[in-house]
Design a protein around this ligand. Structure first.
Ligand code: MRU
Length: 367
């Protein structure tokens, strides 16, 4: 029998804490993920500008983790600039939202979190429930803490739904890092089911593709799973097809940066390829994400796929590997069409096709 959410909360003790809010000093402490796995450096962030820079430089990365950080970034807008009136506080928050939203374009959790914080502030001020900037600051800090707590709760719930798709003896292929480093909580989305399976004594293992060019799979997923004691095998991105063809993979579990109402899944570059091969070889392909990753308004052509510096491809960890100035195209996300997605696993339940009907039904509660 599956454990309850409360039982998991009591059992799961994450080994990594990539993100911490220091309430006493009003500082967001972030583990610099660009330096993992060899250097474990924590950096203080004291303003929305600093948080935006940490997101842009991918010191904090992964859709839920940048959402949570942006939530605290909105609190820091008030603590760092100390506006004198509530009107000026709302203007400060609107400016902070603009700064934070621009940091990276693809993961919707970022603007979801800043919108939630700004709307909460407006609602508190307009209803007269807060009368001083200090009170507004406290309420927003509580809201940012709620975003964090809800994220952890969602991951446990989706982990338990995902666990139903795993049997002891299974091998799961993932992509990028959709673990606790990517969500800030220490648990994760795509990696939550295998971590829970391990906790319950299943024999499970993970295949982690390197995920060039930033190497989230090699540097972060491998590190995180080894810390948690989950057996993991590193493969090159180019080995994915063969590894699946050889029958080594029982299911594919990936995270997501944005999921549309029709079931299109935006995630780390390389995910689409895994989904197509999985369908061809009849291996189930699951995307796991909290409801804050769903964008029920946009169409697939509206979404900006982030392109990063050509130097990420021209070099490996700063060491040049190609003739200087070779032309490079470096998109860092791709989109998987719904026909390749076996199911989408969220905290609200498992969503199966047809997605045009079922995504809205499960996420927005529409009938
Ligand atoms: O560029 P990154 O490292 O921020 O990309 C992360 C991913 O693509 C993850 O799979 C996604 O954000 C889900 S994280 C739980």
């Amino acid at each position: 029998m599956s454990p309850t959410v409360e039982e998991v909360k009591a059992l799961f003790r994450p080994k990594l804490k990539p993100l911490e809010w220091d309430s006493k000093n009003k500082v967001l402490i972030l583990l610099d993920q660009s330096r993992l796995p060899f250097e474990k450096v924590f950096e203080p962030n004291r303003s929305p500008e600093e948080v935006a820079e940490s997101i842009r430089l991918m010191k904090v990365r992964g859709a839920p983790a940048i959402g949570i950080s942006a939530g605290y970034g909105m609190v820091l807008a008030l603590t760092s600039s100390k506006p004198e009136s509530l009107d000026s506080a709302i203007r400060t928050l609107s400016r902070a939202k603009e700064v934070l939203d621009k940091a990276r374009p693809t993961a919707v959790n970022l603007s979801w979190a800043t919108s939630r914080m700004l709307n909460r502030a407006k609602e508190l001020v307009e209803s007269g429930r807060v009368r001083k900037v200090g009170e507004l600051m406290e309420e927003l800090e509580a809201e940012a803490n709620r975003i964090y707590d809800e994220e952890l709760e969602s991951e446990i719930r989706m982990g338990l739904y995902g666990l139903e798709k795993i049997e002891s003896g299974d091998s799961v292929l993932t992509q990028c890092n959709a673990g606790g480093l990517a969500t800030g909580t220490g648990l994760g989305t795509a990696l939550a089911p295998v971590k829970l399976a391990k906790l319950l004594g299943y024999d499970v293992q993970v295949y982690a593709p390197e995920t060039r060019p930033w190497l989230q799979g090699a540097r972060l997923t491998v590190y995180e799973l080894m810390e948690e004691g989950v057996p993991v095998t590193l493969i090159t991105d180019t080995a994915v097809g063969l590894v699946m063809y050889q029958g080594r993979v029982d299911s594919v579990m990936v995270g997501a940066d944005r999921i549309l109402a029709d079931g299109h899944v935006f995630n780390k570059i390389g995910t689409f390829k895994e989904a197509v091969i999985a369908k061809e070889l009849r291996i189930p392909f699951y995307a796991l994400a909290p409801s804050s990753t769903f964008d029920l308004r946009s169409r697939v052509e509206d979404i900006i796929i982030e392109e990063r510096s050509p130097d990420e491809v021209r070099t490996v960890r700063g060491v040049p590997i190609v003739p200087q100035n070779v032309r490079v195209y470096n998109p860092v996300f791709d989109v998987t069409p719904p026909k390749y997605v076996t199911a989408i696993i969220t905290e609200k339940g498992v969503i199966y096709p047809p997605y045009e009907r079922n995504v809205r039904r499960v996420i927005a509660g529409e009938r």
